[in-house]
Design a protein around this ligand. Structure first.
Ligand code: PLP
Length: 392
C-alpha cells in the first residue's frame, strides 16, 4: 500500500477549505454570476455577495467594510500600497520614497524599486541576526519623510514576527504612512487592523484556505493611495476592474474562519512545530533553526542543514514523500541564499542549505511523526552524496 505524501509547504499555498468552496460556488453559477455594477437583480445578487465578504473581512480584521479593497492577491496589494502611496505623495507635493525592511517579500522590495524607477527613492532598512528590524535605521529613515514605511508582520521564510504595533506607532508619530504585509501573519498570530497607526495592510486568500488570485489591501484613508491600475470606478477607483465576486466571497469566508480559529490553531501548530524542531535537532547532526530565539509564527520552521544544499535535500525529501520548500533560489545550478537569510547575516554556504517546513490546518501529529522519521535519512543521503562528489 502506498503511503500518501506529506505536505509541509503551507506557507507557499494551502488547500481551499470545503466551507469556502461551498460559499463561493453560487457566485460562479446562475444565481450569483452577475456583474456587481449592474443595477438589475443579477447585479444586485452579486453585489450583495461582495458586500457580505467586505463585512466578514472587516469584522475579522477590526476594519470598516469600506476600507477593504479587493485585489488579485498579495502581490498586487503590496504594489498598490507601496507604489500607490508614493503616487499620492507626489500628487500632494511630497517626495516619493519607499522605506522597506530588507527581509520583505519580493512584492514589496520590487515595488519599492519601482518607486525609484518612477523618479523617487527606496531605502532598505536592515535587520539584526534574528531578523528584527533595526530601529535606529528606521528612525534615520523617518527623518527623510518617506511616503511609506513597509514592514511585514510575520516573515514568509523564517516566520520571524516584527513588533508591528510599535513600529507603526513610531511611523505615525513621525507623520509617515505605515503599511504591513500580513499575508503570513493573519490567522496564525493575533494580527489585526485595529491598531490605528497601521494605515495599510495586505492579506492574501490562498494562504488561508481561499483560492489563489484573490487578496485585499485594507486602506484606512482612501486619499493615502492612488490607483496603479486605470479603468472604471469600481472600488472607489482605487482598484478599478470588475470585482472577482466568487473570489471575494471565498476570501470573506476564509478570513472569518481563520480569524475565529486563530488562537486554538496557533497553540496546536506551536505544539506540532516545536515537536518537529526538537525531534530534528535530536536526530540530524549540526541542524540549526533559523532565528531560534526570535518570536516566530507557529506555522513556519526554517532549518539550516550544514553539508547539504537545499535543492538536493528538497529533491530527496520529495522522493521520500515530503513536500517542502527552500529558503533559497536556484540560479544556473548555483544555489543562491535567499535575500532574507543574507540580510540576517547568515553566511552564503549555510544559507544555501536552508529548508522551510511550513504547517497548516491539515497538518496532523502523524504527518510530524513521518517527517521526523524520513528527514534524517534524506539528510544522511545528501551528505553521503556530497562527500563522495567532493572526493570524486
Ligand atoms: N507576501 C507574503 C509574505 C507572501 O508570503 C506572499 C506569497 O507568497 C505574498 C506576499 C504574495 O501573495 P500572492 O501569492 O497572493 O500574490
Amino acid at each position: 500500500m502506498s503511503v500518501a505524501p506529506i505536505y509541509l509547504d503551507h506557507a507557499a499555498t494551502t488547500p481551499v477549505r470545503p466551507e469556502v468552496l461551498e460559499a463561493m460556488l453560487p457566485f460562479l453559477g446562475s444565481a450569483g454570476f452577475g456583474n456587481p455594477s449592474s443595477s438589475h437583480r443579477y447585479g444586485r445578487a452579486a453585489r450583495a455577495g461582495l458586500e457580505q465578504a467586505r463585512r466578514e473581512i472587516a469584522h475579522a480584521l477590526g476594519a470598516e467594510p469600506g476600507q477593504v479593497i479587493f485585489t488579485s492577491g498579495g502581490t498586487e496589494a503590496d504594489n498598490l500600497a507601496v507604489i500607490g502611496s508614493a503616487l499620492a505623495a507626489r500628487s500632494s507635493g511630497r517626495p516619493m520614497l519607499a522605506a522597506v525592511a530588507a527581509t520583505e517579500h519580493k512584492a514589496v522590495l520590487a515595488a519599492a524599486h519601482e518607486v525609484s524607477h518612477l523618479g523617487g527613492g527606496e531605502c532598505i532598512l536592515p535587520v539584526d541576526a534574528n531578523g528584527g528590524l533595526d530601529l535606529a535605521a528606521l528612525a534615520a529613515a523617518l527623518s527623510e519623510r518617506p511616503s511609506v514605511v513597509s514592514v511585514m508582520w510575520a516573515n514568509n521564510e523564517t516566520g520571524v514576527i516584527q513588533d508591528v504595533p510599535a513600529i507603526a506607532a513610531l511611523c505615525q508619530a513621525a507623520g509617515t504612512l505605515f503599511h504591513t504585509d500580513m499575508v503570513q501573519a493573519f490567522g496564525k498570530i493575533p494580527a489585526t487592523f485595529e491598531h490605528r497607526a497601521i494605515a495599510l495592510a495586505t492579506i492574501s486568500g490562498h494562504k488561508v484556505g481561499a483560492p489563489k488570485g484573490i487578496g485585499a489591501l485594507l486602506v484606512r484613508d482612501p486619499a493615502s493611495v492612488e490607483p496603479i491600475l486605470h479603468g472604471g470606478s469600481q472600488q472607489r477607483a482605487i482598484r478599478p476592474g470588475t470585482e472577482n465576486v466568487a473570489g471575494a466571497v471565498a476570501l470573506g469566508r476564509a478570513v472569518l474562519l481563520a480569524g475565529n480559529e486563530q488562537s486554538t490553531e496557533a497553540s496546536r501548530l506551536t505544539g506540532l512545530r516545536d515537536r518537529l524542531a526538537a525531534g530534528l535537532q535530536a536526530t540530524v547532526p549540526g541542524l540549526r533553526i533559523t532565528a531560534a530565539s526570535a518570536s516566530r509564527a507557529p506555522h513556519i520552521l526554517n532549518l539550516l542543514v550544514p553539508e547539504t544544499r537545499s535543492d538536493a535535500l528538497l529533491m530527496h525529501l520529495d522522493l521520500a514523500g515530503l513536500a517542502a520548500s527552500g529558503g533559497s533560489a536556484c540560479a544556473t545550478g548555483a544555489v543562491e541564499p535567499s535575500h532574507v537569510l543574507t540580510a540576517m547575516g547568515i553566511p552564503a554556504e549555510l544559507g544555501a542549505s536552508a529548508v522551510r517546513l511550513s504547517l497548516g490546518r491539515e497538518t496532523t501529529e502523524a504527518d510530524i511523526d513521518r517527517a521526523l522519521a524520513l528527514f534524517p535519512e534524506a539528510v544522511a543521503k545528501v551528505r553521503r552524496l556530497t562527500e563522495s562528489y567532493s572526493h570524486g
